[in-house]
Design a binder for this molecule. Structure first.
Ligand SMILES: Cc1cc2nc3c(=O)[nH]c(=O)nc-3n(C[C@H](O)[C@H](O)[C@H](O)COP(=O)(O)O)c2cc1C
Length: 179
C-alpha cells in the first residue's frame, strides 16, 4: 500500500471480531509510530497496550461515560491508551513556554503520534478507533499512570469484518487557501 492509499483507506472501525492481536505486531506498530515528528524531538508520547480483558472491562465499567465507546472497547482485543510526558513539549529548559500555545504542543505531538500509529496499524492489517470521550482521571487511576504523564486518548485496536465507507470529506475549496 502506498502512503496516499494508506491515508485514504484508514477508517475508524467500531466493530471488531475475536481475532487476538499479536504483541509482536503491536510492538512493530509502536516502533513505526516512534518515527512521528515531535517538538524538538522530545518524543513525549507513550503507549499502554491493554490486552487483558479484566483491565479492559474495568475501564469500560468505570471510565466510559459514553456507552457506545464502552461497547467498542469490550469487543476490541486491545485498547491502547496514549499518554504524554508532561512539561517537555512546548517548553524551554527553564520551564517557561516557548510560544503562546503553551502546553498545547504536547497534544499536537500526541495527535501526530496517534495518527502515525493508526496508519502503521492499517498497513499491518489492523483496524483502529481513536476515542476522546472517557473519564481521564479514572483511566489514570486504573492504569496507575505515573504523575509525570497525562492521558491523551484511547485507541481501540483489532481486526474487523466490516468495511465502512469513508464519511464525507470537505472539498479542497473549503480547506485550502493560497495566498
Ligand atoms: C480526537 C478524536 C476523538 C474521537 N473520539 C471518538 C469517540 O469518542 N468515539 C467514536 O466513536 N469515534 C471517535 N472519533 C472518530 C471520529 O468520529 C472519526 O475519525 C471521524 O468520524 C472520521 O471517520 P474516519 O476516521 O473513518 O475517517 C474520534 C476521532 C478523533 C480524531
Amino acid at each position: 500500500m502506498n502512503t496516499i492509499e494508506c491515508i485514504k483507506t484508514r477508517r475508524s472501525i467500531r466493530s471488531y471480531n475475536s481475532q487476538p492481536v499479536d504483541r509482536e505486531l503491536l510492538t512493530k506498530v509502536v516502533e513505526a509510530a516512534s518515527y512521528a515528528p515531535s517538538w524538538k524531538n522530545t518524543q513525549v508520547t507513550r503507549y499502554i497496550a491493554i490486552d487483558n480483558k479484566e483491565v479492559k472491562d474495568m475501564i469500560c465499567d468505570n471510565a466510559c461515560p459514553y456507552p457506545h465507546n464502552a461497547d467498542i472497547i469490550r469487543q476490541a482485543p486491545v485498547l491502547v491508551v496514549t499518554t504524554m510526558v508532561r512539561n517537555r513539549s512546548g517548553y524551554e529548559r527553564d520551564g517557561s513556554f516557548t510560544t503562546p500555545k503553551g502546553k498545547g504542543w504536547q497534544m499536537y505531538d500526541c495527535g501526530i503520534a496517534g495518527q502515525t500509529f493508526c496508519l502503521a496499524a492499517h498497513e499491518y492489517g489492523l483496524s483502529t478507533l481513536i476515542m476522546g470521550i472517557f473519564d481521564e482521571a479514572k483511566v489514570s487511576e486504573i492504569l496507575n499512570v505515573p504523575e509525570d504523564q497525562e492521558v491523551c486518548a484511547l485507541i481501540a485496536v483489532g481486526y474487523t469484518d466490516t468495511n465502512p465507507d469513508a464519511p464525507k470529506r470537505k472539498t479542497t475549496d473549503d480547506l485550502l487557501k493560497f495566498v
